[in-house]
Design a protein around this ligand. Sequence first.
Ligand SMILES: CC(C)(COP(=O)(O)OP(=O)(O)OC[C@H]1O[C@@H](n2cnc3c(N)ncnc32)[C@H](O)[C@@H]1O)[C@@H](O)C(=O)NCCC(=O)NCCS
Ligand SMILES: Nc1ncnc2c1ncn2[C@@H]1O[C@H](COP(=O)(O)OP(=O)(O)OP(=O)(O)O)[C@@H](O)[C@H]1O
Length: 297
Amino acid sequence: MTRPPGSGPGDPAMRADVLAGTAVRALCAEALLSPKPGLVDARGGGAHDDMDLPLLLASAEALRPTFRAVAFTAKRLFGVGLREELGRLGRAGDRAMSRATGEVNTHRGALWALGLLVAAVAGGADDERAAAGDAAGLAALPDRWIPVGPASHGELVRRRYGTGGARGEAEAGFPHVIEVALPRLRLARADGRTEEVARLDALLAVMSLLHDTCVLHRGGRAGLRVVQLGASAVLAEGGAGTDRGRAALLELDDRLRGLRLSPGGSGDLLAAALFLDLLPWPRRRPRAEREVMACRR
Ligand SMILES: CC(C)(COP(=O)(O)OP(=O)(O)OC[C@H]1O[C@@H](n2cnc3c(N)ncnc32)[C@H](O)[C@@H]1O)[C@@H](O)C(=O)NCCC(=O)NCCS
Ligand SMILES: Nc1ncnc2c1ncn2[C@@H]1O[C@H](COP(=O)(O)OP(=O)(O)OP(=O)(O)O)[C@@H](O)[C@H]1O
């Protein structure tokens, strides 16, 4: 759980501006990665007619002060006090995003995941699993100030299909980041894949398993099956780095754009994985290597 103030690593590499910079870099890296099935990328808006790459990059930059404030706050507060302040900062960040994008939801899910992870690292978590665990603890704490308003798409989907959505993923300690995206990223690197291919394979691995409320909202259970089976098929063909895998990926992209299905939750969790992967952890390599070995077995 979140540590009391003053017991963080005090590591200058984990200063608030470094954490905020790494969060923005992770968002930009996710946005730029191409070709992603159904998502906004360097080629265009994917399944979205209201987004493109410049909008996503502007939105990422608009969130930098929020991430910095989250990191400062997590060094100062802990427990429910921190959770409630994060809620306030997250809602203000959401408004900053909306101002930057003309009211388009470019990064709501990503701000939630990255905000919790930034807070966990600023609060003293000193490796990826500790960060995910501390973020889970924060997500599960009550926030008295959650505004009462119309149900979000995620809430409607949760009620209808009983899935946990972005909240459930965070409260469970980001299993699709820790157990799926990061091991796949490292396995692909260890197999000599390019960085772009490794990131695409990590995204596909998440898509093949996640119950994404964006997809369920737009396409119901049938839509979710298209996404999960389509991503599994690309991986079964060898992933984004093989000719057959690349052809299957482009086919899936056409299909998702045709059905207007966007795997936005998977995009968010890839950004969260890239954030943890890009951070200058004090002691990280041995664990990363162990995960590659575990994934090979
Ligand atoms: C929890 C959030 C994401 C709201 O979730 P909800 O499902 O109700 O809303 P909504 O449908 O608008 O957005 C959910 C987004 O999560 C992503 N997502 C969808 N499914 C999943 C999933 N299974 N796992 C992870 N992310 C997912 C998608 O990008 C989607 O757009 C968040 O906006 C929130 O409540 N923020 C309050 C502010 C706060 O406490 N912030 C703290 C950190 S700064
Ligand atoms: N590259 C990306 N392209 C598009 N969305 C992404 C990308 N990466 C992450 N996302 C996430 O996807 C979500 C946007 O999804 P979506 O447009 O379905 O949301 P919505 O506004 O709730 O729904 P709708 O557009 O169906 O009305 C954002 O919360 C964002 O965090």
